[in-house]
Design a protein. Structure first.
Length: 487
């Protein structure tokens, strides 16, 4: 039983106690054996933009071998197309970009935004996005509709005002947000912001709401978008017999019914191993290939050929004006060119994903077992409400604890994404105090993956180091629970 009557009181107390929590976290790190030599060299994930995973020897060797060779980028781009078609078939194509966000930007501009040229005023375009986690990425390319969401991203990022996330809004484009049925949007955290709590998401009911929204917006509708993830904590826990999320399948059917593209943000996803664009009916799927796929910093767009023609034209990859089909030129989005070394590393990573999938799955299975074991050290009263899921799509383990809050009782403290941006997410900042690079740990959902001091040069899991950092995460959660008065 918590000593606090209301949520804000608990978070206010945690804010006051941050120095104490940090001191205890540092002491605990020493006690469990995080040596000075390890601090700052190990992390809970190599899939965040602030600190990328280390490359395997196979990928880094490919980059080194190519660095002193003369290779035209157009040949590398064609190699990438061939690998994608090897797996997904000839009706699918690919376009490399420098980041996943670049892939989203060019996809929305090429496929969703209205034309700029022609007499008279531009028409408005609207695309539908479920109100889910990470919405500021795939849901950030239009002005929010309805107006109640206009300030949803006001404090995201480190740049104020229109130069922050708002700066990427496309002309005459609106993003229509639809709340997810069964989800909870409770205000949590020290900063205080609606958390996006999705483990109880009802896919069928949300799809009915999105269908109704599409009918109302039919005159303006030019696209549908969502994440490409596969876990309960992201709202994709309901699946068919083949393990394909029903929500993604339903969104693609709605998009097809209205003749608009279904654009999927699968930043923390893995081609060939994870979410299959064919199975969910995606027109376009974008990836951050340096997150779970083992590539250097580079993005990738995979999608149906007809959609990729417009995207590749915008990037300068699709045919010379003379009619030759083999091009790597200049176009509106030439700024998103990833460069030769990134392309070479991308090719090496894609070949591993195509030909050596066990190399990726085996360490994931071991990580999952370690997480199941170590998280038993959280308070016993919360154990049955913690969901530990293995994400093949993200090659990660998801720890979802939002259901520890139930029946009016407070559970494990939840920090919002705004806490992450303001530096008041203790489950992230506290890990840094312990000498461990943190992972995404907001809205009652934690993603743990490999890559920062937890894989050897061959890509094998280093079990001792991995167990140590997972143990540290659990110890920090216990410290926070104690000071929140819930343990």
């Amino acid at each position: 039983m918590s000593e606090f009557k209301y949520r804000f009181q608990m978070y206010k107390e945690l804010h006051k106690l941050i120095p104490t929590i940090y001191a205890e976290a540092k002491k605990k790190a020493d006690e469990i054996g995080i040596s000075p030599e390890l601090k700052g060299k190990i992390g809970l994930t190599g899939a965040v933009s602030s600190c990328h995973a280390l490359l395997s020897k196979e990928v880094s060797q490919a980059i080194e071998d190519a660095s002193r060779k003369v290779i035209e980028n157009k040949f590398l781009a064609e190699d990438i197309r061939e690998i994608i078609k090897d797996v997904y078939g000839d009706d699918y194509d690919a376009a490399p970009v420098n980041t996943c966000e670049a892939g989203l930007w060019v996809s929305f501009d090429a496929l969703v935004s209205p034309p700029m040229q022609g007499r008279g005023d531009n028409y408005r375009a609207r695309y539908i996005a479920p109100y889910e986690r990470h919405l500021h990425h795939h849901g950030g390319y239009g002005r929010p509709f309805p107006g109640r969401y206009k300030d949803l991203f006001a404090d995201r990022g480190v740049t104020a005002g229109e130069l922050g996330f708002y700066g990427k809004r496309l002309d005459h484009v609106d993003a229509v947000y639809v709340p997810m049925a069964g989800a909870k949007y409770q205000v949590h955290g020290i900063k205080g912001h609606p958390g996006v709590l999705l483990s109880t998401h009802d896919s069928a009911q949300t799809l009915r709401q999105i269908e109704s929204t599409a009918q109302r917006q039919a005159a303006y509708l030019t696209g549908v978008s969502s994440l490409g993830y596969d876990t309960v904590g992201y709202g994709y826990g309901e699946k068919d017999a083949n393990g394909v999320p029903l929500f993604q399948q339903g969104l693609s059917k709605i998009a097809k019914e209205y003749g608009v593209p279904y654009i999927v943000d699968n930043a923390w996803g893995t081609p060939f191993i994870g979410t299959d664009p064919r199975a969910i009916g995606a027109d376009v799927m974008t990836y951050s290939m340096d997150k779970s796929s083992g590539a250097p910093t580079v993005g990738l767009i995979i999608g149906k050929e007809d959609s990729l023609v417009s995207i590749r034209r915008a990037l300068g990859y699709h045919s010379d004006r003379s009619g030759a089909g083999f091009a790597y030129g200049k176009a509106a989005y030439v700024t998103y060119d990833p460069g030769k070394e990134a392309l070479v590393g991308l090719i090496a990573a894609l070949k591993i994903l195509r030909d050596k999938q066990d190399k990726m799955i085996t360490p994931l299975n071991k990580l999952h077992a370690i997480c199941q074991d170590e998280f038993k050290a959280l308070p016993e009263k919360f154990q049955k409400d913690i969901i530990i899921s293995k994400s093949v799509n993200s090659l990660a383990v998801e720890i979802n604890y939002e259901n520890t809050w139930k029946n009016g009782q407070m559970g494990i403290p939840i920090f919002s994404i705004e806490d992450m941006y303001s530096g008041t997410n203790i489950l992230q900042t506290g890990m840094a105090q312990m000498g461990i690079i943190p992972t995404i740990a907001y809205d009652g959902n934690i993603f743990i993956s490999m890559g920062l001091g937890t894989l050897d040069d061959e890509g094998n899991l280093m079990e001792n180091e991995t167990r140590l950092i997972v143990k540290a995460m659990v110890e920090l959660m216990n410290i926070v629970c104690k000071h929140a008065g819930v343990a």
